[in-house]
Each structure stands twice: as structure tokens, then as C-alpha cells.
Design a protein around this ligand. Structure first.
Ligand code: PGA
Length: 256
């Protein structure tokens, strides 16, 4: 059985004090998690040390970075490598978030290098994909997302692919308050799973967690997570408020 995951992507928000308080509040009220229902905090680099420290005693709660550099070390001012992240106790890294693709010119070729660096350093990858509005409006979203997956993931062998979680985040739904319908999410997740099955076979495709992201909130999470191929969510805005995030975690646990 594949894992369900609710991952909170804090983006460039929260001071250290605010982050510590948020994690403490969530951990105090956290329902029982297990191998099948896990929580991830994707915090800014500055927070990683304290979030790793504060979640260490919580099984099934992990920490993610929001990015990594593809080289191990060297003269890359301002960068953090996957090697440094795993040393800091980080377990996951987000790769390919649409904001980084847009604002930091990250293309699929660079994402390949980052994914390889992450896997080489024993990190697990939450690979983000998703189409802009004009692609959705033209009805070609399946081909667009398929291309992103092929160009960034298909160089991996099966042993590496099992360490990838996919997050489908339609760009038009991120931070806009406009969520994909449960049907749109399920249709795309099913498509992604088929694409993975063609390359890696049904066992690996069925074992890969595919998260939905884009204006997911406690109020729509139950409906979104009801999709047979929707295995949780990558949450932005609603991950910054303990009660909202906990509501989404409850929806994950209650799903399927
Ligand atoms: P949002 O962001 O939940 O604020 O739409 C999701 C994301 O970008 O991961």
C-alpha cells in the first residue's frame, strides 16, 4: 500500500520563532500517524535545524527542504547542497516547484541534476509538476505534465523511482484560491500513474504517492483526497496555520 502524505510548504514565510511555535502547536494536536499516513514540513533552510530537532521524536513526521543545489560543495555563494541537507537530518526535498521554475529559471534539464544529487545523498524527492492556465484552457494539460515527468524522471531506474513522490500542482490553482475540482485532480493523477506504469510497470506506479497541491484547504481536502489516485497534498497557505493544516491531516487520515 502506498503512503499518504500531507506536506506543508512554508515557502518564504515565518520567522524562526513563528516556525517553532507552529510546529509545537501542530505536534501537540497531531492525530495518530502511521506508516500509511505521514506528515512533512517543507521549511525554509534557516528553519531546518530547529524543525529537525523538534520533530525528531515524532515518528512519521519528516522535514523537507524546498530546494537544493546539484553540486556537492564548492564556490556557489548562497546555495545549499543535497549533501548538506542530509547531514542536517532532512529527509525530503521539493524539486521543480513551479515558483522555482518561474522565478529561478529551473528547467527540466537542471531538475534532472537536482534529482540525481538528492537521490545520491539519500534524500527522497517530492517532484512537482503542473500546467499553466493557458495549457489547461487549451485542453493539453495531460501531454504537458507527461512531458515534464518524462524529461525529469525517466532517466531514473526503478530503484531510484521508488524514492520519488510526485506532487501535481496546477499553476493556476497555486495561491489563487481557485482549486482544481476533485475530478480534475483525480483525472490528472490517474494520467500520471498511467505514465509511470508505462515506464516502470504497475507495481512501481501503484506504489508511488501522488499529492495534489493548489489552494488545498481543510474545507476541500476531504473531497480532493477522495480521488482513488490522490494520496494527500502539498499545502502552501493553509500550512501556515496550525488548525488549517491539522484539518487537512485529518482529511488525509479519514480518506480511503
Ligand atoms: P497553495 O500553495 O496551497 O498556497 O496554493 C501550494 C504550493 O505551492 O505548494
Amino acid at each position: 500500500m502506498r503512503k499518504k502524505i500531507v506536506a506543508g510548504n512554508w515557502k518564504m514565510n515565518l520567522t524562526i520563532g513563528e516556525g517553532n511555535a507552529l510546529v509545537a502547536d501542530i505536534l501537540q494536536k497531531l492525530p495518530q500517524l502511521n506508516e500509511q499516513n505521514q506528515v512533512v514540513f517543507a521549511a525554509p533552510y534557516l528553519h531546518l535545524h530547529s524543525v529537525v530537532r523538534d520533530t525528531q521524536a515524532s515518528p512519521f513526521v519528516s522535514v523537507a527542504a524546498q530546494n537544493c543545489h546539484h553540486e556537492k560543495s564548492g564556490a556557489y555563494t548562497g546555495e545549499i547542497s543535497a549533501f548538506m541537507l542530509q547531514d542536517a537530518g532532512v529527509k525530503y526535498v521539493l524539486i521543480g516547484h513551479s515558483e522555482r521554475r518561474a522565478y529561478n529559471q529551473e528547467d527540466n534539464a537542471l531538475l534532472v541534476k537536482k534529482i540525481d544529487a538528492a537521490l545520491c545523498n539519500n534524500l527522497q524527492v517530492i517532484f512537482c509538476c503542473g500546467e499553466p492556465l493557458e495549457i489547461r484552457d487549451s485542453g493539453t494539460q495531460n501531454a504537458y505534465v507527461e512531458q515534464q515527468i518524462k524529461e525529469s524522471l525517466f532517466h531514473l531506474d526503478a530503484a531510484a523511482m521508488v524514492r520519488i513522490t510526485v506532487a501535481y500542482e496546477p499553476i493556476w490553482a497555486i495561491g489563487t484560491g481557485r482549486t482544481a475540482t476533485a475530478e480534475q485532480a483525480q483525472d490528472m493523477h490517474q494520467h500520471i500513474r498511467q505514465v509511470l506504469a508505462q515506464q516502470y510497470g504497475a507495481t512501481i506506479a501503484n506504489g508511488t504517492s501522488i499529492l495534489y497541491g493548489g489552494s488545498c484547504k481543510a474545507s476541500n481536502a476531504v473531497e480532493l483526497f477522495a480521488g482513488a489516485d490522490v494520496d494527500g497534498g502539498l499545502i502552501g497557505g493553509a500550512a501556515l496555520i496550525a488548525s488549517d493544516f491539522l484539518g487537512i491531516i485529518d482529511a488525509m487520515i479519514a480518506s480511503k
